[in-house]
Each structure stands twice: as C-alpha cells, then as structure tokens.
Design a binder for this molecule. Sequence first.
Ligand code: GAL
Length: 691
Amino acid sequence: MKKKVFIGLLLFWSCSSFAQKTESYFPPEELTTVGAYYYPEHWDEAQWDRDLQKMAEMGFEFTHFAEFAWAQLEPEEGVYDFKWLDKAVGLAAKHKLKVIMCTSTATPPVWLVRKHPDVLITREDGTQYDHGSRQHASFSNEFYREYAQKMIAELAKHYGDDDRIMGWQLDNEPHSNVDYGDDAQQRFRQWLKKKYKTIEALNDAWGTNFWSGTYRDFSEINIPQHKQWGMNLYQRLDHSRFCDYETSSFLDEQAETIRGYASPKQWITTNYIPMYDARFIGASRELDFISYTRYMVYGEHKGIGPRGYRVGEYSRIAMANDYFRPLTPVYGVMELQPGQVNWGTINSQPLPGAVRLWLWHVFAGGSQFTCTYRFRAPIYGYEQYHYGIVGPDGVTPTRGGLEYQQFIDEVKQLRRKSSLGETPADYLKRKTAILYDPDNTVAINQNKQTTVWDTEQHVLKYYKALKSFGSPVDFIRDTMDFSGYSVIVVPAYQQMSLDLVEKLTDYVKGGGNLIMSCRTGHQDELGHLWEAKHAEPIYELIGSSIEFYDLLRPYAPDTIAMDKEKFAWTSWGDILSPNAETETWAEYSGDFYAGKASVTYNQLGEGTVTYVGADSNQGDLEDAVLRKLYKRLDIDIQNYPEGITVEYRDGFGIAMNYADEDYVMDLSDDVEILIGDKLIPTAGVLVWRLK
Ligand code: GAL
C-alpha cells in the first residue's frame, strides 16, 4: 500500500473571533434581513430617489450596487468616477437602506479589453471570447488581475470607511476559470511546480509511465485538451483543480485589497452558484463568509406533480442551505428569484406563493440574509423580460415583489417574538452529517465506468431520505470535527487517504455510526488504486471484503432483497463477502452472484458501520437502509412525504410544502402557531414555536 500522504484540501475559518464579528454584522435579534439589487446606472438619475424610497417602503433593509459597472467607475484607464455612485449611496442612506458594494470584475471595460486582448478567455479550440457580454475575462490573465486590483483599491479607498456600506460582494457568480491563453499556461506550470516540487514527483502522481507520457521538465507540460481522447486523467484532474484555484485565489486577492482600506465593520463575501463539483466554494479564506444564488423556475426542474415546475425542486434550496452553512461561520443568499426569468428554457410564472415559500426555506436553513436580483425589471439588455420586485414601469410591485413584502412583514412579526423557543430534542437527535468532497465528485465524473452513474443523484438519494425523516443535515469536510454527529453518511467517497480511514475508524470506535456507500475508498488521495485488494483499507471498518463490483445495462436491471422487499439497481453494485460477525442486511437476487451480500452492518468498538454496496435506481434501498439503521440506533424519525420539509431555526419550527397537495402538519398542543395554519397548501408555509 502507498505510504500515508495527507492532503488537507481545505482549511476552515477559525470560528472563535468570528462569532463576535458576525453578531455585529448580523444582530441575532433581527433574525434575518432582506435586500434588493439596484443598478443606478441603468436608470434616469431623476428616478433613483423614487426607486430607493419605494424599496424602503416595501420593507427592504439593504440594497446592492455597482455589480457590473466597471465601465462607469473607470470610464478611461486610471480615470475614476464615483460621483454618481456617491449620489446613489447617499439616497440609499436617506431611505435607511444599507449598501452592499460590488467589485464589478465580471464586466471589464472595452478600453481594457482592446488594450490587452489577452484578458479575454481563450477556449480549447483556440478561439477567444469578445467584449459585449460578461464573465469573458480570464482570472489567469496577469493584466486582468492587475487592472482589477487597481480599480478595487480605488473603490475600497473611497468606500472602505463608510458606515453606509455594510459589506462587499466580489465579482459575480465566480466560475471555474478555464482558459487556454498564454498566461494560464504559464500559471498552470507554476502551480504544478509548487504542488509537486520535482518533475519526478509529478510523473509519479500522473502515472506517466503509462503510454510513454513521461515529462522531463515542467516547461513541457501543456494545459490538457479535455476533448482529446485518452488524455491523462490526473493531468485533467489537476488542471480542473488549478482552474478552481485561479478562481479562489483571485477572490482572495480582491478581499486582501479591500481589507487594506475597509473598516472591520464591513464584511466581504461573494455569490456562488451552488455547484457540488466546485472546489472553489469555501476555498477563499479571506472571505468572511460565503453566499449563494438560486433560481427555482426556469424550465429545468419538474418538482412534484403537474404544477411542480412552478414551485421548483425542494432539494435545490434545502441542499444549498445544508452545503453552505457548515463551510463558514454564517452564510447568506445573495440572489433569489423574484418571479419569471428570461434566460431559462421555458420561463414560466412561479406558482402564487412560491417566491415566499423559497424565502422561508432560505430562512429555515439559517441564512443571515436574502437579497433578490433585482428591484426593477430591466427594459433593455440581455435580461429584458426578467422580473423584478417592481415591473417595467418602475413602480408597480409584481406578485413576487408583494410576496417579498409579505415575507419581510412576517419576519418583523417574528422579531417581536424574539424570546426564542426551544428546538425539540428529537430533531436535534436526528442530526446527520454527509461527508463530502467536491474533488471526489470531479474525479468520479471524469472516470465513471458506467454512463448510468450520477454522482449528485447518488448523494441526493441519501439526502432526500434524511430530509423525509425530518433530520437536520450538515455537509461536512474531512478536516472538520466529526464528534457532533451520531450518524455520518459517506457516499461514494472514492479517493480516501489512510489518515481519513483512521479518523473514521476512531469516530466509529468511539461510538459514531457510519453509512458508507459503493465506490468508497478504492483509490488513494492521488486517485491511484491501492496496490491491494479492491478498497482493502476500508475492510476493517465495514467488516467485509469486496469481491468485485458490477455495472448493469439499463435494460437488464437486477434487484436487491432486504426484509422481503425488492429494490431495483443498475448503475453500481459491490459484491460483498462479510466476516462471520458482520450482519448481512441485503442480498443480490439475480445474476451469477445471486445470494451474495449487498448491504452489511458491522459493529466496531462502540459504534457501527453500515455498508451499502449498491446504488438503487429510485433511492428506495438507501431510504430503507437508513430507516432500518435509525431504528436500530433508537433514533426517532418522522415520515414526511416528499416535498414536505421541516426545519427549526432560532427556536422557530418551519414547515414548507413543495408537494402537489395540501399537507396537514401534526403539531402537539404545546406549540404556538405564528404564521399559517396546520393545513399547508401547495407552496404554503407554517411557522410555530414551542410555548
Ligand atoms: C444570475 C446572475 C445575475 C443575473 C441573474 C438573472 O445567475 O448572477 O447577475 O444575471 O442570474 O436571473
């Protein structure tokens, strides 16, 4: 076996000093705060006062400026114009709206692009993007980085000591920076050199003896052609890590620049799209916290029942909450759809009530704030037809706008109840972690072995079962403390260091309960198979060996039998050979390995390890195994139908209905209903607290 190498992919924020800072940023008694994006540069200056007044009257408490305004902030190289923005900030303050200031880096001005065309991203086919849209400049380009920092420094000098600015948003929805330009090429080589130190170490890690791939020097390495057949897997994996690093380091540089001028009262964040294969989310340690953006109705997600597409898929907010919250001491939601969008495949109207439902869902997850893109519907530009809080006339609230207003009023009602209720003990007892590493997801997706496999869906099968139990869930990383969780699910954790195996073993021996699923631990952290039996380092944990794995054709699925029930599977099955003292919970029914174990349960020290060797087609096996385990562990679970989500936050119980029929919430008499009714209609919300 390979010697232990520990690569801590992420280091996390030290929470102690942060707790105090967070309270000054977001006073707990306010529970949450709601804001709206405003682009003064899009509108006649004479309307700014009216618009900001309206925003404040509707209850919004902050606004968001200068997100895409580099051309207005620096119309010529080195010539800065903040007068217009000063006026807008002044008007926001007049109406008691705090401001999030943005760094505008997603939209470089034309003078920069024409002076240094290399700032434009070069694609794999050698063609370049051009001016005229956004996010077309490369985080790997030295000029772009330099000019961005200069502009940000001026902005921070101007607004860093201004109490009207609550915080900063860096860039917009930063993405993985894939660029085939010259600077990117050089920086990739430097990044590799820093990582591997010697070319021999790189050759070893990349397994370049295979197919004569050996390099003699870092200068010989190019950015891999992802479309070229058979291209070295590790080179591609490292390249995608590099692209993510370019994003996280660019954000860190921006934050450092701002920090040089900003008062400690101002926080710094950015607004990520929740993507579960993005390593840069949570990796920029100069940020105070992270936030996300979410759009629920744009033609892609069916939701539940015929109207489900108007309500959206509940797990998209639930999982984003549970993924973002544990990564930094607090989190926020920077964009939440106010109504119809323009850019989807079919841009339907959300169901009346859905916008408010999403707001409550974000709140239920623990978010410190929600902001919406955007206050006024744009009447020109790519996003023409996008809804706002007010419509194209600039004054009439949209239905979504009114739902925001309703949510804000309801939060104010809760603020008055600020003696927080208790969180029920059974809810806390169900708290479960999912151990997750986006690097694994990228690695698996690069080399799936079967087209039927879907990593995100595999994780969701466990996640959705847990949500139907009414369990609070945290997505955690291997560097975090495991001790607060009585159950940890480790789904398809393909690359696993021996240190992590040891940490998990200690956790179990000390009384923790693990559920590990297929594809776990069969590679070391370099992505090489162990020079051992398949996944051998986890055999002691799972109390079983793995004879082999099988992948079925979609037209020939098999079933797994457990407790007289059958579960169809296709994509991945580990065929297990349990030790004498390990229980077999489920067996393969058909094919040449019928009767062999597919799910096992092992007691180890004070704890247990349940190994689920297969990925079921519908998630029913994962659900059934989790149920059986929670029963064994004596943890009471709820049985919510799909789409009914219940969370507790600050002592408030919140139930949300994404299903296609009414749901009657079973509440005991010792609760006080604050908002809604026990009968919750589709897109409805119920809020209560223990008396
Ligand atoms: C987001 C983006 C915003 C705006 C919005 C439109 O993804 O961050 O800038 O384009 O979509 O729905």
